[in-house]
Design a binder for this molecule. Sequence first.
Ligand code: ARG
Length: 270
Amino acid sequence: MTDTRVPSRRRYLVCDPGHFAVRYAINPWMCPDRPVDLALAQRQWRTLVDVYRAHGHTVDSVKPVPGLPDMVFAANAAVVVGGRVLGSLYLAPERRPESVPYETWFKTEGFDVHRPESVCEGEGDLVPAGRWILAGTGFRTAREAHHEAQEFFGVPVIGLTLVDPYFYHLDTALFALDEENIAYYPEAFSPGSREVLAGLYPDAVTATREDAMAFGLNSVSDGRHVFVSPGATALAARLADRGYVPVPVDLSEFHKAGGGIKCCTQEIRS
Ligand code: ARG
C-alpha cells in the first residue's frame, strides 16, 4: 500500500441550499412528490463546507436565489481552468436563469466569463483531469460544447458518451483522483468510451453499480482525501488500498435531486 498521496489546497465555490427543493423532474432521481427535508439538507451541506475547511480548503459561496431550487449544484455553473471561466448553458429551461447569479459572482471576483453557444453544464460534464479535460455527452452537454471547451482552454478534450440515464452527468460516473488518475463506473459509458478510458487510465479505480447508485463517483478529491458518499463502501475500500483517504460526507437529501458532493462543489483552478 502506498501512503504517499499529497493533498493540494483547493478553492471551492458553493451555494447555500436555502431554496433547495425538488419541484420538477429532469433526471430519474427527481420525484417532486417525495418531500425533501430542508433542515436536514442544510445540516448536511454545512457539514460538507466544514469538512472542506477542516482539510485546509478555501470555500466561497454564491447567494442562493429564490425560485431556483437546483442552484445549490454549483458544479454545473462553470468550468474554471487556469483562471479561465467557461460559463454554462443549461438544457432545462428551469435551470437557465442560474447562469446569471453565478456569472455575476465570477465577475465580481475579477474573472471574465465566456458564455458557451451550445448546451454546456459546467463541471457536471467537463471534468479537468491532469493533461486532459474529460467531457461527457449523451444526456446534457452537447458534443459541440466539447469543441468550444477545447478552443477556449487550449487543453485536449476527450469526448465520452454516457448511456445510463441515472448517470446523466459525467460527474455522476467519474471523478479525478489527482493529475494522473481517475475513478469511474465503466457501465455508465458506451463501449467505445470505455475503451478510451481503459486506454488512458489503465490504473483507474473502478466502481460497482452499488457505489455509483450511492453517488460514490460524485466525489471530490484533493489528491489525498476523497470526500465521498458513505454508501459507496466498496469504492472507499478500493481507494484506501491505493493510498487515498476516504472522508465520508453524507448528502443523502441532495440525492433526491440527482446530486451529491461534487455537484455541490465548483472548483476554481487558478
Ligand atoms: N437536479 C439537477 C439536475 O438534474 C442536479 C444536478 C446535479 N449536478 C451535477 N453536477 N451532476 O440538473
